[in-house]
Design a protein around this ligand. Sequence first.
Ligand code: ADP
Ligand code: MG
Length: 553
Amino acid sequence: MSSPSNNIAVNAPTAGRALVTPRQLTLVLVVALALAWGFLPEFTVSVLSNIGLYALVAAGLVMLTGVGGMTSFGQAAFVGMGAYATAWICTSPTAAAWLGGAVGPALLPWAVLLLALWALHNLLDSREGRAIRALKGGRLMAESMGVDTARHRIKLFVLAALLAAVSGWLYAHLQRFVNPSPFNLNIGIELLFMAVVGGAGHLWGAVLGATLITLLKEKLQDVLPALLGTSGNFEVIVFGLLMLFVLQRFADGLWPTLARLTSRWVRNDARKEIPTASKAAPAQLAQRTLPATGELLLQASDVSKRFGGLVANNAISMTLKAGEIHALIGPNGAGKSTFFNMISGVDDPTSGEVRLSGQSMTTKPSRAFAALGLGRTFQHVRLLGQRSVVENVALGAHLRAKRGWLAAMLRLDRAEEAALMAEARRQIERCGLGAHADTPAASLSLGQQRVVEIARALAGQPSVLLLDEPAAGLRHLEKRALSVLLSQLRAEGLGILVVEHDMEFVMNLADRITVLEFGTVIATGTPAEVQANPRVLEAYLGGADDELLEDAR
Ligand code: ADP
Ligand code: MG
């Protein structure tokens, strides 16, 4: 079990001499802005409030583009909808009187922006935030973790549209009149520039981008026509060139560079701030009662898969029981990964049936497999490389928690989040990667990344574990540690199906082995039986796969 002191240790400052935390800096800037506001010239105030309005839309685009991996040129249309709806619903004099009474109305965009940034920041630092980030890694991985990707994409799109509409609503109140020119495609593209130039993956990048582009636009609108001797929207061309330049030199936008340059003064701790036990007593995550040893977990009956004329899987039947390690071996191209996809819901069999824990899984999506206790790793590692190991592993426990977007935005999910983090750390420790929990996943060796995937699968408390070449890239001692871990899991009652090329590893570990060749099962039995099988010897020594030949010796 992970102790409370574990959690606290994670929060220990690392950057030593830095003067302020980002939070303190934000607070100082906000207070300074609020104090200065009354003394600023009217023109500056109007530019500032425009920046606030743009940054609000750009923040939605950062979520959509940089975080979620989607894109939209049409955000300006949602701004327009918000503006027109406002103009239509309330007549502006009363609205202006209402707003003007309470706060300086030009300050309102910034108040709303800061509130939105706070909520979005909270959202990203949550279970649902990890699911949103997983969207960028593609459907396959996210769905295997139990994330409903279609639903999250729609919600993310609606969120970005709402932020744009709120910006339009504020705009209508501030301008007191509405015309269509600010909501055209050009503005849509400018808004995208702001998100990308600032830093598509960073919320504060939206503010930086909105500031830069707005100020630049003001300048260019004065300078360019005079320079070229004719009027027109030339600034769009300059923005295009600027974006090319920024993307060339700063692939992630300007924000990460700014953060690095200021790191001497601002503590930019990449570590995730973890809710400590004192702040929030960990909630209970959903627990699965593991099946009794020997119980049938997974059953494939005559599973076939055709790709056009190619029969990748030819009527494969096999079972996996609780408390056993079953190895699937065969030369490259034999159909092992295809079979994994069939029994994890990634792809539907052309014919045949897959049953998981007694249920027929025909046409069910992979998140339904995950919900029934199937955890898996991928032959080609699928991690969120920029995120820490602990965040990656916590994604594996997605289905064991339930707090939604709103709860996350309002920070009502802290107890559950603490439990998720504790569970993730426990699995990381168990897999021997404790020292790397807070490093970005991409900075680990490929072999270690495979182990991170195992920890991620274990965080889901699976009863069935599918491992596609888990020992590839591991060094000798790491392989031995993996062997010990898998034996331990077997003793706890998991059913493990493993594809692996390392014959020594397989023969020492597996209870049963199924051998595939050209999509067909050519042998099945104990390691000793399979090793003595003439068909297997022929398949391996027939020179189909040099690597296997080496291993078989
Ligand atoms: P293994 O994992 O045993 O090396 P695979 O299951 O990856 O083998 O591939 C089995 C065969 O199916 C190969 O001939 C491969 O080229 C083919 N194959 C796999 N996936 C596809 C696909 N999506 N479309 C067409 N052919 C595929
Ligand atoms: Mg494969």
